[in-house]
Design a protein around this ligand. Structure first.
Ligand SMILES: CC(=O)SCCNC(=O)CCNC(=O)[C@H](O)C(C)(C)COP(=O)(O)OP(=O)(O)OC[C@H]1O[C@@H](n2cnc3c(N)ncnc32)[C@H](O)[C@@H]1OP(=O)(O)O
Ligand SMILES: CC(C)C(=O)C(=O)O
Ligand SMILES: [Mg+2]
Length: 520
């Protein structure tokens, strides 16, 4: 077995699903398991088969339908559990039984009510029983983090003799600190007879927020399997987060090598990380905090002027890994009160605006005023700022009259009168709704039919007399134009916004000819 390969053991469907409120249906488990296989995890812990008929069936279906990874199921050190796991896993091409029993004084005395010698006997019997079903048996001394090391050495040596192939060292209650956990792994690797025939595994909980750090300390000291869950799901504060473990090893592979080999390897396709994280979040209903490492909405977002300037000059100034590596389209530059001139100018350029220095300065000053009032400034706001502050577009088309009839059971119809270069034209049309009818009538009157790409309306003032502001984005011959209109009547605001966008399109066609992606 190569010493530089780290096996990723995913327990989202077992320990992850033990999170209060995270329960998953059988089809949802299958969907996640298929995605975990696409991600490239080495082992999927599909469930705890004895615990309920649904757990059994989910494990059985994953074993039957998911190809690639080894499929495992959890079992207490009891024949009934191990037999259930053996049956549920039977259809899998590659299967493992994971059996466990607690080894800490506190668990043995209060929970199991058994002396240590009895616990060793049960562990050995469990591994022997599991070996009747599979060749691949994992043993976990539960609460290893609070167990006495000589007892751990004794029980691990005994289960190796009984046929265990993977030894998992759980810090079940997340009590240990990274140096301590690393030293525990180093001690077991050195002192347990026969351990070199087995893979040493980490299983760390996050009660003190150090599950990932502990797992990595384990790897640094010779563990070559990491048990983890997507988005850090799991009992209480969760398990070590799969995406953090994988990206730490991926980004710092050379840091971990013991004995100077070339760096650690994994089977994971990192480009599937983001997709997997989103799927698990959606199916469990567990929202990902924005500042969550690797998969949080802000993990690759930048707002501060100095950071954005650095990134625009050289990405690695503020990014230690690229968003593309985890399957994201790119970094997100957020416009807000911390944005500097470089970031603002870059966004204007991306939107297709060619501004002179003085125009940029004028637009930036207005942008800062708005950014102070809003959490985030969007592209539509930038377009509006430039439209209002920098460019005055000649009004070739002017909405003179609008009448719309709509209601339950009637076909929405609109009639408009539009002044076009001094002359007035009228048109009427029907539509799916009042705004659609008004837009159709405007298209009829102007003879122009740009594609409507986006439409939004928001209240800009409160109360009965609230002003509605409509923003539309239209596309003509591959070019984008944004128009805005405000009125206390939202249909009128919508019509004005459309006419405004048409004026901007016409102005751009007259002055620029074919040009940039977006125009005033
Ligand atoms: C750290 C972990 O994540 S451990 C896994 C936790 N996951 C779960 O508990 C999954 C959901 N659990 C269940 O469905 C149920 O608890 C079952 C089916 C496993 C057991 O249910 P029950 O038989 O009703 O027992 P209950 O859960 O109340 O108590 C657990 C029993 O198992 C015993 N036990 C606990 N761990 C082990 C073990 N590893 N090996 C043998 N016996 C064990 C306890 O001492 C207790 O035994 P007792 O009845 O003689 O006192
Ligand atoms: C069953 C074991 C591995 C476990 O989940 C734990 O100890 O946390
Ligand atoms: Mg656990």
């Amino acid at each position: 077995m190569p010493d530089d390969k780290v096996f990723i053991f995913d327990t989202t469907l077992r320990d992850g699903e033990q999170s209060p409120g995270a329960s998953l249906s059988i089809p949802q488990k299958l969907e996640i398991a298929q995605q975990l296989a696409t991600l490239g995890v080495d082992i999927i812990e599909a469930g705890f088969p004895v615990s309920s008929p649904a757990q059994f069936e989910a494990t059985r279906l994953v074993a039957e339908q998911v190809q690639g990874p080894v499929i495992t199921g959890l079992a207490r050190a009891k024949d009934v559990d191990i037999e259930a796991a053996g049956k549920a896993l039977a259809p899998a091409a590659n299967k493992r039984i994971h059996t466990f029993i607690a080894t800490s004084p506190i668990h043995m005395k209060h929970k199991l009510n058994k002396p240590p010698a009895e616990v060793v006997k049960m562990a050995v019997a469990a591994v022997q029983c599991a070996r009747q079903f599979v060749d691949d048996v994992e043993f976990s001394p539960e609460d290893a983090g609070r167990s006495e090391v000589p007892f751990l050495i004794e029980i691990l040596a005994a289960v190796i003799e009984a046929g265990a192939t993977t030894l998992n060292i759980p810090d079940t209650v997340g009590y240990m600190l990274p140096y301590e956990y690393g030293q525990l792994i180093a001690t077991l690797k050195r002192d347990v007879p026969g351990i070199d025939r087995c893979v040493i595994s980490t299983h760390c909980h996050n009660d003190l927020g150090v599950a990932v750090a502990n797992s990595l300390a384990g790897v640094q000291n010779g563990a070559r399997q990491v048990e983890c869950a997507v988005n850090g799901l799991g009992e209480r504060a969760g398990n070590a987060a799969l995406e953090e473990i994988v990206m730490a090893i991926h980004t710092r592979a050379n840091f971990f090598t013991d004995g100077g080999s070339g760096g650690l390897t994994m089977n994971i396709n990192t480009k599937e990380i983001y997709r997997t994280s989103q799927l698990v979040s959606q199916l469990t209903g567990f929202v990902i905090q924005p500042n969550k490492a690797i998969v949080g909405a802000n993990a690759f977002a930048h707002e501060s002027g100095i950071h954005v300037d650095g990134i625009l000059k050289e990405r690695s100034t503020y990014e230690i890994m690229t968003p593309e590596t985890i399957g994201l389209g790119g970094s997100r530059m957020v416009l807000g009160r911390h944005t500097g001139r470089h970031g603002f100018a870059d966004r204007c350029r991306q939107l297709g605006y060619k501004l002179k220095d003085a125009e940029l300065e004028q637009a930036y000053a207005r942008f800062l005023e708005i950014a102070d009032k809003k959490k985030e400034v969007f592209d539509e706001d930038v377009a509006a700022i430039i439209n209002d502050e920098v460019r005055v577009v000649s009004q070739v088309y002017e909405l003179k009259y609008l009448h719309v009839a709509s209601g339950t059971g009637t076909l929405p119809t609109a009639s408009v009168r539009i002044r076009i270069a001094g002359q007035e034209r009228q048109a009427a049309a029907c539509g799916d709704g009042p705004v659609d009818a008004a837009y159709e009538a405007i298209r009829e009157a102007t003879g122009l039919s740009p594609k409507l790409e986006n439409y939004s309306i928001r209240a800009v003032t409160g109360g009965k007399e609230a002003m509605g502001e409509a923003t539309v984005r239209i596309i003509d011959a591959g070019r984008t134009f944004i128009g805005r209109g405000a009125s206390t009547d939202i249909i009128e605001a919508s019509a004005k916004a459309y006419v405004d966008a048409i004026n901007r399109m016409t102005a751009a066609q007259e002055t620029n000819g074919p040009g940039p992606k977006a125009e005033l």
